[in-house]
Ligand binder design. Structure first.
Ligand code: TRP
Length: 345
């Protein structure tokens, strides 16, 4: 094994709040697959985050397995990366509490994602976990002393808060945490909803034609893409004009899947219509997803395999995070237990 790649650690996670879509694939998973070759990679299914909004118990379990199987189908390799479920390592919940007590409330009320999500719910159904969400995320990252965190722009503020919290701990109690940096996907695409191309594609949006899920069959993909919102013009060009966001989104998806330069993609559609662009997108998406779906079926057909990957991952993750948590508790002044409970070491 190449040891050079072990000196820098990368960590990221996706919430099992729904099925993964091509936005997750093009914007995150493809980059994660590359990073597992270059870094000591930790990829988490952040199930504790998934309960910050009302959730269904049976679905949480099913989605956790499905997201893990999709990680594997997309090319994450348990030999190269540590793949685990956040709730399988209790250190996450524990560090979150310790950090919560160091977090000024004002920092949390300022988070734009909190403000957006809270505004979309009835005031009385917003739980305290939604406010504490970025502290849990900070713990995910700091526990493993991660250097790099590949996330989209919507999560940048949470990584800033992670740095602030790490720094605060280091100056209050002594150098303990590595301060992480965001790595933005250079090639990773920002994929927008097909039905509302000015909003990022989301797992939880309700529109029938909003997202292309990684497990959608080809006829459904065709239907969704053919109905994607465009505009009344005819120019097929990349553009940041919000009224042209639909065409821009289709071009972005096409480019990310086929790997050409922008100019070459535009030249390919020169003089052709939106219908042609949509058909080309359908073909590119189905060509990419067919082998992924085949791997997903193979992985899921092997009884206990996904659970085993998560069990191995949790063991590796805990071995690393244990050291961080122990030093955090020592420095904060917690009395060490004279002896561990049986079975816990
Ligand atoms: N909040 C992230 C999101 O919704 C998910 C997440 C939780 C995460 N913990 C993390 C991402 C740690 C990166 C690192 O996208």
């Amino acid at each position: 094994m190449d040891t050079a790649r072990h000196d820098r650690r990368v960590l990221s996670g996706i919430q099992p709040t729904g099925n993964l879509h091509i936005g997750n694939y093009l914007g995150a998973l493809l980059q994660w697959v590359r990073f597992q070759e270059q870094y000591d990679a930790f990829y988490c299914v952040v199930d504790l985050h998934a309960i910050t909004v009302p959730h269904d118990a049976g679905r949480l379990r099913a989605h956790t397995l499905e997201v893990t199987a999709l990680y594997l189908a997309a090319g994450l390799d348990p030999q190269r990366a540590t793949i685990f479920a956040q709730s399988h390592n209790p250190a996450h919940a524990e560090l979150a509490w310790l950090l919560t007590c160091l977090t000024p409330l004002g920092w949390l009320y300022r988070m734009t994602q909190y403000k957006d999500k809270a505004a979309r719910q009835q005031e009385e159904s917003v739980n305290a976990g939604l406010l504490g969400y970025p502290v849990l995320m900070a713990g995910d990252i700091l526990l493993y002393q991660a250097h790099y965190v590949p996330v989209g722009d919507d999560q940048r503020q949470h990584v800033e808060l992670t740095r602030d919290l790490g720094q605060r701990f280091n100056s209050m109690f002594g150098e303990t945490f590595t301060l992480p940096e965001v790595v933005n996907p250079e090639t990773g695409a920002r994929v927008m909803g097909l039905d509302e191309p000015n909003n990022k594609m989301s797992k939880s949006a309700t529109g029938e034609n909003h997202a292309i899920f990684l497990l959608d069959p080809p006829d459904l993909i065709r239907r969704k893409v053919m109905r994607a919102t465009t505009d009344s013009g005819r120019d097929i060009r990349f553009s940041d004009d919000p009224t042209k966001a639909g065409v821009n989104n289709l071009l972005t998806i096409y480019q990310a899947l086929t790997g050409g330069e922008r100019a070459a993609v535009e030249a390919e559609f020169e003089g052709r219509g939106y219908g042609d662009l949509k058909k080309a997108v359908v073909a590119a998406v189905t060509d990419t997803l067919a082998p992924l779906q085949q791997r997903y079926r193979e992985i899921s057909a092997e009884p206990g395999y996904v659970e085993q990957v998560l069990a191995d991952g949790a063991e590796r993750a805990a071995a690393i995070s244990e050291r961080t948590l122990k030093s955090v508790k020592d420095q904060m002044g917690f009395l060490e237990p004279a002896r561990r409970w049986p079975g816990v070491d």
